[in-house]
Design a binder for this molecule. Sequence first.
Ligand code: ADP
Length: 547
Amino acid sequence: MMQYPLILTSLFERAGKLFPDVEIVSRRPDSSIHRYTYREWHTRARALAAALQRSGIRPGDRVATLMWNHYAHLEAYFAIPVIGGIVHTLNLRLHSDELAYIINDAEDRILLVDDVLLPVFEKIRHRVNLERVIVFPFSGIPIPCSYEDYEAIIQQSDADPVYPNLDENDGISMCYTSGTTGKPKGVVYSHRAIALHSYSISLPDNFSISRKDTILAAMSMFHANAWGFPFAAVMNGSKLVLPGPNLQPESLLELLSTERVTLTGAVPTVWLSVASALEKEPQRWPLDPRLRIVVGGSACPEVLFRRLDRFGVQVIQAWGLTETAPIATVSNLHPRIAASTDDSRYELRARQGIPVPFLDLRATDDSGEVPWDGTTPGEVQVKGPFVTASYFKMPDESTKWTYDGWLRTGDVATIDGAGSVKITDRAKDLIKSGGEWISSVDVENALVAHSSVVEAAVVAVPHPKWQERPLALIVLKEGAKVSEEDLRALLLKTFAKWQLPDGYVFVDELPHTSTGKLRKSELRDRYRNWACRIHDADQHSAVLTPG
Ligand code: ADP
């Protein structure tokens, strides 16, 4: 066989030639719709690629994006890798300290930023080393003259890019993931990883993606490549719908129904709100009978399957990590589930599912690999061509991998006889609120920096909308008095507002293990029913629509 590399350039050129009339639909910040075809996308992405190449971007260089989901972000997704660059997607919800750290750590040379996100960038402008900042006029507000205009660059670019000879193991995109503590770590995806991942998720028993599909990528393009949907859409020639900054349920439902969407995906928080809006006005949103919704990022509550089933919508649960590109297991309606009686069918569907092709998976405890008996829990470990082998610039960071090369996911699961994984707990000390991480350890460290705090524990409590929210348990020095407001003000110096605990409970002491560690599992159980008090009506709308 030919030693032909699995690189994105081939998919990019193929899409330009074979799918010129397929549409890409984007929602602008004012809710109006932008519509063009793969033909225009391909021409503009080539123009961007040529302009970036002329300005000195060479294979391996990082170009960052601070952008919502829309057509220009899709242009960047391909224009940068086809000239050998790496698209570094920035999570716009991070605290400015973290964002500045990430840009500098990745040594990003150029930033592409939406005009509406300039306020996020301006907070860190003087703390980052970028050669150029190019602003995409997403909302059309005038671009300050200190920045370059994305549209002007596209229009002035009249040459063709020169495609370099790339190796399939070269980087294509990168994304930072927050660890349990310390600085975020960069994961670099290779051309080969993205090609195989796109293939894998497109298979009939996974998301069954084809040219007949219209795909709404409702998960962020700045988070693990929007679960690979944009790449898979281009590979298959599917129509793509990109929701911009507006993830409100009515807006999503309007796109789902008017564009006749057949496949979409996002975290459970998004679909719980969509289900409520649908239940309120079922006639208003006629959905395509082929619609599949991929739910992932956090466990999909069983009730969501039941609620969406009533509208004939098929829910597919997926599990994975930034480190797995990210889709690692899929729970779909395979024959065993289809043949089950009602309630056991829901129980099976609410599992995280079976590993996708090429992804090896096992669960281990102290005595080795646990049996596939559906009851013995173990930490999930994975291996495969789209599993990261090391973090960016951290070749010596080895605790995340076993001596024989498996990635430790930090998730605890049982595996049944059919190989279906059920996540039962999380070994890593993180809280996932609306699909976004909050490090308990980092919040605890910040709290104990207060002179009156002796010890602090931050645990996840269940929440109906955000799945999990942080609750802080605080031991104060004898006789000391500290208000909740003092603690909030302290945390706001380092954390985004949505990362702050929903409550602060002052306790006399905290439970510890024999080795002196906080006994978090006991605290989680004790506060399981703690009534979530949400500050300023719904502060976490920040999670979906910052600003
Ligand atoms: P992403 O949010 O894109 O899946 P992250 O790396 O941010 O990637 O988060 C990965 C973690 O999210 C997993 O280790 C797991 O704890 C949790 N997670 C993701 N999907 C699911 C799921 N379907 N069920 C339970 N937990 C999940």
